[in-house]
Write a protein that binds this ligand. Structure first.
Ligand code: SAM
Length: 246
């Protein structure tokens, strides 16, 4: 039977017994319904993972005994950053989840001129927390031991000037294809627009900052399709989709 994996922000070391936080405790007790001595894997996103056993389950606490560390990694050798024009609710959730499965290393939600979503007051930290949970769950599910970084919401004009590696601006009107490019130091940064795309001023900003406009086929894709298709394409061209498991 597959052993469930749980992300925890706690410090982990072999031989220790830790108490799970409320969310993880609830998950182990009520969703997984694990009993004493059941096996579970914990990881804290810093690399590797720990085989553990449930030491105690009560209505208030779940205690976990940390048994054995395994230095397991499923990271691609290609470093991928994704700057995403913020799309509406569940579309953004889908991209964040699938991007983690596809091996992204950093995600930055970007405010652009045509973003339909505008954050007011408490909304921004709440949204970030919501996406952070999605990152954690996707890492648990996909077997990652390094947690991808979700950065603060940033304005496009600031973000474009801070990026490194091969900088790709996904643009349905571009002439260049990904196959004409090469990553720089095994690092690539992808930029996708929100539902309404980028304004001409934003396109100029991106190209002035060194982003190369790249087209994915002849069709206009939804923002979420474009991000995910580009991630799969760069993993196949330069990352681990092209590697066998021998
Ligand atoms: N009419 C919009 C425009 O003017 O760009 C279309 C926006 S599209 C729904 C949302 C985003 O997905 C675009 O800003 C772009 O980043 C990306 N995109 C969509 N289709 C693409 C394609 N064929 N090649 C590259 N990027 C694409």
């Amino acid at each position: 039977m597959r052993v469930s994996r749980l992300y925890t922000a706690a410090l982990l070391s072999t031989g220790k017994i830790i108490e799970l936080d409320e969310d993880n405790g609830h998950y182990v007790r009520t969703v997984l319904r694990l009993k004493k001595d059941a096996e579970i894997i914990l990881f804290n996103g810093q690399g590797g993972e720990y085989l553990c056993t449930v030491a105690e389950v009560s209505r208030k606490t779940v205690l976990i005994a940390i048994e054995q560390w395994t230095d397991r990694s499923v990271e691609s050798s290609l470093q991928i950053s994704l700057g995403l024009g913020i799309a509406r609710g569940d579309r953004m959730d889908l991209v964040v989840q699938k991007a983690v499965e596809l091996g992204v290393n950093r995600i930055t939600p970007l405010m652009t001129e045509r973003c339909v979503v505008q954050f007011k007051g408490e909304k921004k930290p709440q949204r970030l927390l919501h996406w952070q949970k999605i990152v954690q769950h996707a890492a648990e599910q996909s077997g990652r031991t390094i947690l991808p970084t979700l950065l603060e919401v940033e304005a496009l004009h600031n973000w474009v000037n801070q990026q490194q590696g091969l900088k790709v601006f996904l643009d349905p009107y571009a002439k260049t294809s990904l196959t004409e490019l090469k990553p720089v130091s095994m690092s690539v940064t992808l930029l996708t627009g929100p539902e309404g795309g980028f304004s001409s001023q934003e396109r100029d900003l991106a190209t002035a900052a060194g982003f190369i406009p790249v087209r994915l086929g002849a069709r206009i894709l939804r923002a979420e399709t474009a991000s995910l298709a580009a991630l799969a394409a760069v993993q196949l061209l330069w990352g681990d989709f092209g590697q066998s498991n021998n």
